[in-house]
Design a protein around this ligand. Structure first.
Ligand SMILES: Nc1ncnc2c1ncn2[C@@H]1O[C@H](COP(=O)(O)OP(=O)(O)OP(=O)(O)O)[C@@H](O)[C@H]1O
Length: 655
């Protein structure tokens, strides 16, 4: 075969190939994406040429075909695209590709690993894995002759005639010995699935199409059903629970952007620093790492974004500061806010049912992003103990939610989820409770351990909000306190609000010999029995029509002190130990406490019992029961509790 040309590739650095081969990129595998992208481009160029009437004959069904040969150690990528003439090979491969390679390498040699997806490496990335690269190509142009180009990784190349008869290009790589993994079919399938799954052309290996092809995000939302979105999610994230909501992004001005973002069901240990959104550029996968593009608070979202306007061959830090990227981030944030607002306005019961997960994003976003906060501040809701009157005769379960803007509660059909609980906004809460306790919010951070307190508040007609998501205590409540500086937030177990306690009848003197009040006597009794100087014992009489139904004692953790400890635990990244300094509040109105005082005075005659030791046991027991409703015992605590329980029962059953 006639040699058309032998020559040197026009580059100015002799050592470009060793750099490409060895040190520049850790991700050698991306060469396949680059070569397939070139093929897909060549196919769309041919389509355009055909539409422009520049082409004789029919364009066949577009296809990229991959073939591997283990014995020959080759991998080839063929397309039926536009092809190249000899002159085009000289120009685009020898000059353009290699001189841009040189530029690229010079510019990014140092921080190449910081590049998003190592995009724009192009044809010459083949030399990362190949000892020799051959191009066999026939241009669509009339009268073109097929050419064969080959290069062994030195700056020398050879161009010869080829006997190829079909329009298109085949790139054949003879792989380096340490890169033979690319002759393995499963490896190729995996790479195509990762990088080329949504490319708009069929990719075939061993007579089988191995890419999915349809990029749902490029379609119009009008043509898609909920099931389409769900199916796509399940394809992207198999074995995960269905997402709660999604937002379809679709704009072409002032930048091109398509994408679908899903709100997943959150795991309690969600890590806001790790993204799961996949970044594409014209349906070519770039990176599963959108940190520089997506605002941090949207990191737990999943899905895809695709934009040719995101500069991909710049370093990450340059990307974050890029003007278009910042505008894209703002656009995404705004769209998310709009989606939440429309759901809030149009489907309140769905909004509420997804709130426990979606709310975490919203709260975090409101803390982190001033603009987003403005968009969502009226959409932040809280589960509440408030129970509006419900119409009991209706057959369809109803959920009561507060309508937007006013204080009227309305029924919402709730066929899907009968267990939706009442929710309210903070403004509505403050408005509703301003007569009873102006600018005061009572909240519960853990219904499991604070239920006794919640019940107490509820019974006295005080409304409690549940601020029990994992970002509430350390981040969101402090944020609310900065936003609403006039409002005080107190956890239900921090102290008993004055509305819960009786103005004291317990000041009466019960012991004429010592002149002690009832309260003083109770306090002294417990102090002696417990002998725990760090436990601050207080007495109060809880208001109730049924004192037996109230707890005889409660352990309280003053708000400021508890928060300091929570903060300290957070900084040390460990769970907060139960504070040894706490308040033991004895409910002097409870019959048990009354009886205990009497027992201590010996007025109740317990035949055969040593009333002193019995009183002592009882005091400790009351304290343990109060502690128990706040936290679980450790092994020693449990042992002591069980032993004492048995002792009490033995004493009580003694003849
Ligand atoms: N399969 C192909 N069919 C036809 N022409 C091709 C093919 N592969 C490469 N080319 C030509 O070679 C040129 C250089 O390719 P290369 O991949 O280096 O850069 P690029 O595709 O222009 O840009 P990028 O750096 O973004 O990949 C292409 O612009 C194209 O003209």
């Amino acid at each position: 075969m006639a040699v058309l040309e032998k020559g040197n590739i026009t580059i100015h650095t002799e050592n470009i190939f060793p750099i490409i081969k060895k040190s520049l990129y850790t991700d050698h595998e991306i060469f396949l994406r680059e070569l397939i992208s070139n093929s897909v481009d060549a196919i769309s160029k041919l389509k355009m040429a055909s539409l422009a009437g520049e082409m004789q004959g029919e364009v066949g069904e577009p296809q990229v075909t991959i073939a591997v040969d283990k014995e020959k150690k080759t991998l080839s990528i063929s397309d039926n695209g536009i092809g190249m003439t000899a002159d085009e090979v000289k120009k685009y491969i020898n000059q353009v590709a290699f001189s841009s390679a040189e530029d690229f390498i010079k510019k990014y040699e140092k921080d190449s690993n910081d590049l998003i997806g190592h995009f724009g490496l192009g044809f010459y990335s083949a030399f990362m894995v190949a000892a020799q690269v051959e191009i066999d190509t026939l241009s669509f142009k009339e009268g073109a002759t097929a050419v064969h180009w080959s290069c062994d990784g030195s700056p020398e190349f050879e161009l010869t005639e080829s006997d190829r008869t079909t329009v298109g290009t085949t790139i054949t790589l003879t792989l380096q010995d340490e890169e033979l993994e690319y002759t393995e079919q499963p490896r190729i399938r995996q790479l195509v699935k990762t990088y080329c799954d949504f490319m708009p052309v069929k990719i075939v290996l061993d007579n089988e199409q191995i890419n999915k092809q349809e990029a749902l995000w490029k379609k119009s939302p009008r043509d898609l059903t909920d099931e389409d979105y769900l199916e796509f999610y399940r394809y992207l994230y198999p074995f995960q629970e269905d997402p709660l909501l999604w937002v379809h992004l679709n704009t072409d001005y002032p930048f091109l952007l398509n994408g679908i973002l899903y709100f997943p069901k959150l795991k309690p240990d969600v890590d806001f620093s790790k993204g799961q959104i996949q970044l594409f550029c014209n349906q070519v996968f770039v990176s599963k790492n959108c940190e520089a593009i997506i605002p941090e608070f949207l990191m737990p979202l999943q899905g895809v974004i695709d934009s040719p306007d995101i500069p991909l061959n710049v370093s990450r830090s340059a990307l974050t500061n890029d003007r278009t990227v910042r505008r894209i981030a703002d656009f995404i944030t705004k769209k998310i806010g709009n989606r939440l607002k429309s759901l809030y306005d149009e489907d309140r019961s769905k909004y509420i049912s997804t709130w426990s997960d979606v709310g975490t994003f919203v709260k975090y976003g409101a803390i982190r992003d001033e603009k987003f906060k403005k968009q969502v501040e009226d959409l932040i809701i809280y589960r509440t103990t408030y129970q509006p009157d419900t119409a009991e005769t209706e057959e369809v379960p109803k959920v009561e939610v507060q309508s937007a803007g006013d204080d009227a509660w309305k029924d919402v059909d709730n066929k899907d989820n009968a267990s939706i609980e009442p929710h309210t906004t903070l403004q509505e809460y403050l408005e509703r409770n301003k007569e009873k306790r102006a600018n005061q919010v009572f909240y519960c951070s853990d219904p499991g351990t604070q239920n006794t307190f919640v019940e107490l508040y509820k019974n006295q007609g005080l409304e409690v909000l549940y601020l029990d998501s994992f970002i509430d205590a350390n981040y969101f409540i402090p944020f609310l306190e900065r936003e609403y500086s006039e409002v005080k937030f107190a956890r239900v177990d921090s102290e008993l609000d004055e509305t819960l306690v009786e103005e004291d009848k317990a000041q009466e003197i019960v012991d004429p010999t010592t002149n002690k009040t009832r309260n003083e006597s109770i306090k002294e009794l417990f102090e002696k029995a417990l002998n725990k100087p760090r436990v601050n014992i207080k007495t109060q009489a809880i208001k109730s029509d049924d004192p037996q139904g109230t707890p005889p004692a409660m352990v309280l953790l003053p708000e400021a002190m508890r928060r300091m400890q929570e903060m300290a635990a957070l900084m040390q990244e460990k769970a907060m130990a139960f504070p040894e300094d706490h308040i033991l509040m004895i409910n002097s109105a409870h019959p048990l406490i009354q009886n205990l005082l009497d027992l201590n005075k010996g007025t109740i005659v317990q035949s055969g019992n040593d009333s002193n030791s019995m009183v002592n046991l009882m005091c400790n027991h009351i304290y343990d029961l109060a502690l128990m409703s706040q936290r679980a015992f450790d092994a020693d605590g449990m042992k002591a509790f069980v032993e004492r329980s048995n002792q009490v029962l033995t004493n009580l059953t003694k003849k």
